[in-house]
Ligand binder design. Structure first.
Ligand code: ATP
Ligand code: PRP
Ligand code: MG
Length: 382
């Protein structure tokens, strides 16, 4: 039988060389063998390049939202055409964007070929595998929300099984007949089962449409990403209590080595982080301006701060409003109000004498220093 072989290899530094042969014998080193080198990645070296590199998802769900987020931070990515994988962010000097598949972004951070990346936490955790060189700089970029969750059929022997504990206790799973789980997460899947004490589990993997596996008789359960839950429902599957492996959203990640050793990476990360935080803090808030009748700015301020939800970031800004006669009978107050609390805040403002309430979108909130920057420096021991 003609078969090519992969699986026996010789390591040369970062490269593993596989001998592929037209015969099924692995012991032969005959001249019919050709040498194929496959990069494993992960030597974490700092190469000679001088440009700082950010990896962004080249396609899929995360791609558009990622460039949109950067645009909203005034960091527009200038890509000549969608098939060109290198791009610039003109606001950042000495900086390159490289469009890559999310899992390759993580691999390339590990191998030292990228310095920064934006991916889903699920991809980061699955392909980062706890590598200590990888650091999460911003853990909540507020898009790409989903969860990695275990799901089982709603029917048959699983009809009354609603938790991981109940699933683990089912007498059906033995060493010779384990619970069969289909997943694309071949690192996190086994780790989750082990951490939760499930012993008799076997994993199979596929690239997509995993929800078909139970009905096809290929698997008993699946471990996959869920967001709306529609795909599970349409395939008669259900999530179970205790079955969520990970809650995911987009994250900004970096290589520790790059941050510490590559010139300019730390400063640029600081700038990106500040812009992200300023934008993300602002999107949940409105600026509210109102006029209030009052005797003095202090008295007006006291009335406003008596309602904690009207305090804004540090407290209300109160300024005199000069009437036509030059007298001050009103004061203008400016506060930030969470979008969710807008109507409630507006009613409170009216109740304490507010009128002419103007509501405007808020674009950025720059704080003195971002807590995430402090955290990053402390993670790096700086
Ligand atoms: N319902 C969802 N299903 C899958 N991924 C989702 C979902 N919602 C958000 N995401 C996020 O999007 C990322 C996956 O995007 P997508 O599948 O489009 O790209 P991909 O990684 O290139 O996939 P693949 O390489 O397997 O084709 C996930 O890692 C996750 O963080
Ligand atoms: O909870 P939902 O909103 O239904 O989303 C979850 C589904 O979306 C993803 O599949 P994707 O669309 O990427 O297709 P694939 O599995 O074939 O790659 C994921 O693998 C789930 O199957
Ligand atoms: Mg799917």
């Amino acid at each position: 039988m003609l078969m090519s072989q992969i699986g026996f290899g010789v390591k040369f530094g970062n490269w593993r060389c596989y001998a592929s042969s037209a015969s099924s014998s692995s012991s032969s080193s005959s001249s019919s063998q050709s040498e194929v080198a496959v990069v494993e990645g992960g030597n974490g070296r700092i190469s000679e390049r001088h440009q700082i590199r950010l990896g962004l998802p080249s396609k899929g769900r995360m791609a558009t939202d990622t460039t949109e987020l950067l645009k909203n931070c005034q960091l527009s990515v200038k890509q000549v055409n969608p098939r060109q994988y290198v791009a610039q962010i003109p606001e950042l000097s000495n900086f390159e964007v490289w469009f890559q598949r999310p899992k390759d972004i993580v691999r390339k951070l590990v191998s030292g070929d990228l310095d920064l990346g934006i991916v889903g936490l699920d991809t980061f955790t699955e392909y980062g595998q706890g590598n200590e060189d990888l650091i999460i700089v911003h853990e909540a970029l507020a898009y790409g929300d989903c969860r990695l969750s275990l799901a089982i059929p709603q029917y048959g022997i699983f009809e009354n099984i609603n938790s991981l504990e109940e699933l683990a206790k089912m007498p059906q799973w033995t060493a010779s007949k384990p619970l069969r789980v289909a997943t694309g997460f071949t690192y996190l899947g086994p780790k989750f089962m082990k951490d939760n004490g499930l012993k008799h589990v076997a994993f199979s993997t596929a690239d997509g449409a995993l929800e078909a596996a139970p009905a096809m008789g290929i698997a008993d359960a699946i471990l996959d990403l869920v967001s709306s839950g529609t795909t599970l429902k349409e395939n008669n599957l259900k999530e179970i209590e205790g079955g969520v492996v990970l809650e995911s959203q987009a994250v900004l990640v970096a290589s520790r080595k790059s941050l510490v050793q590559r010139k300019g990476v730390l400063d640029t990360t600081h700038e990106i982080l500040e812009r992200l935080e300023a934008h993300l803090r602002a999107i949940g808030q409105f600026t509210v301006t109102a006029n209030m009748r009052g005797r003095s700015d202090k008295e007006v301020a006291e009335r406003v701060v008596s309602h904690p939800s009207l305090c804004g970031l540090q407290g209300p800004t109160v300024s005199p409003v000069f009437g036509p006669d030059g007298e001050v009978k009103h004061y203008a107050i400016v506060i930030c109000v969470p979008k969710k609390a807008l109507y409630k805040s507006m009613k409170q403002l009216r109740a304490i004498g507010g009128s002419g309430v103007l509501v405007s979108p808020l674009t950025y909130i720059f704080d003195e220093e971002t807590p995430r920057w402090r955290r990053l420096l402390s993670t790096l021991g700086i």
